[in-house]
Ligand binder design. Structure first.
Ligand code: 5RP
Length: 235
């Protein structure tokens, strides 16, 4: 259950600070990604040491498998109904706590889980903090049906927002398409900068083949940024 010796101290500091917010009896959402995995390990250690009774929903199959392998019981979101807190990572966090997520292709489930939580706590290392979102390619989960048509419609939407010409690349693992837990595909929008995240979010949500985009606007309540020296700052 202990952390691997190579664990990033900044991620560990953020994860520990978030797990310290967990109280006995809480209903928790568990995020996805390397930082969230560190958090799941810390959480499992606390549960074992203190005998906490928690109800947990996972944002991906990978997180569910990790959590269960560490002795945490995972229930479906619908069985739990509502969550007190979700702890998740992020690819970018801006000063308004707007996020880009989906680097792990799990943003659809992550967004559903965060939306069903009283509080979303993001844990990250300092490299994730940005002034303006967009350097990290924006993940968009799309249906396989009409995939190229959806890509065209996204391109047209970007032109309408005067975002200009940008690469919209299918995410691959090796030479195979990345397929999400829901059986969909991922397009990464290489925008460099997103001057109007709300406008872009609205435009993407109107495109029929788009299942969900990785902009999390107004969802994050607290970002805990870990530092190499083990300290954290809260945004
Ligand atoms: C997965 C996510 C992750 O939370 C995000 O990619 C951050 O991952 P990591 O902690 O590995 O940097 O959104 O879909």
């Amino acid at each position: 259950m202990s952390q691997s010796p190579q664990v990033d101290p900044a991620k560990l500091a953020a994860a520990k600070a978030a797990v310290a917010l967990v109280e006995d009896g809480m209903r928790l959402g568990l995020g996805t990604g390397s930082t969230a995995s560190v958090m799941v390990r810390e959480l499992a250690a606390r549960v074992q040491a203190e005998g906490l009774s928690l109800r947990c929903a996972a944002t991906s199959r990978a997180t569910a498998e990790l959590a269960e392998s560490l002795g945490l019981r995972i229930e479906s979101l619908d069985d739990i109904g509502w969550l007190d807190m979700t702890i998740d990572g992020a690819d970018e966090v801006d000063p308004d706590l707007h996020l880009i997520k989906g680097g792990g292709a799990a943003h659809l489930r992550e967004k559903i889980v965060a939306a069903a939580s009283d509080r979303m706590v993001v844990i990250a290392d300092p490299g994730k903090v940005v002034e303006t979102l967009g350097a990290f390619p924006l993940p968009v989960e799309v249906l396989e049906f009409g995939f190229e048509t959806t890509r065209k419609l996204i391109r047209r939407a970007l032109e309408g927002l005067e975002l200009g010409e940008h690469d919209i690349l299918q995410r691959l693992k090796g030479s195979d398409p990345v397929v999400t837990d829901e059986g969909n595909l991922i397009l990464d929008l290489h925008l460099e900068v997103i001057p109007d995240p709300s406008g872009l979010a609205r435009a993407l949500s109107c495109i029929p083949g788009v299942v969900e985009h990785g902009l999390f606007l107004g969802m994050c309540d607290l970002a805990i940024i870990g530092r190499e020296d083990g300290s954290v700052i809260e945004l």
